[in-house]
Design a protein around this ligand. Structure first.
Ligand code: ZN
Ligand code: ZN
Ligand code: ZN
Ligand code: ZN
Length: 127
């Protein structure tokens, strides 16, 4: 048996922190029935994930490029604080999500991608 490639580290042990979503918590978008509390929000999907449903994002080649942030920044419903517009663009220079108004006013020359197309952007990153 050839085992030249070491196995990936085991996932973190399932702890009591795998809680059901409570008031004020962000729920996992993929749990059916009882919803677990989301531990991450994926900007690329975009969706919220509990620990269990987040696993493919750490294991799959296609998903590991996705941009994961804390779930309390629920960007699907969040508006730009300055312009009250939906956050459609991810500024790689600032590592934050911005609206179209921010793009033209404050992020001149920054490296930006549309949230849903970051995967394609990564494939042709020859900069
Ligand atoms: Zn879930
Ligand atoms: Zn994702
Ligand atoms: Zn804005
Ligand atoms: Zn920027």
């Amino acid at each position: 048996m050839k085992t030249t490639i070491s196995p990936p580290p085991p996932p973190p042990p399932t702890s009591p922190s795998q809680n059901y979503a409570g008031p004020g918590d962000v729920e996992c978008d993929f749990c059916t029935g009882e919803k677990f509390r989301a531990v991450k929000f994926c900007l690329t999907c975009p969706a919220s994930y509990c620990q269990t449903h987040l696993q493919p994002h750490y294991e799959g080649d296609a998903l590991k490029h996705h941009k994961l942030v804390d779930p309390d920044r629920n960007l699907k419903e969040k508006l730009c604080e300055k312009h009250q517009k939906s956050l459609e663009i991810f500024c790689k220079t600032d590592d934050s999500c911005i609206c179209m108004m921010c793009v033209v006013t404050e992020h001149n020359g920054h490296k930006m991608v549309e949230l849903e197309t970051e995967r394609e952007e990564n494939q042709m990153s020859g900069v």
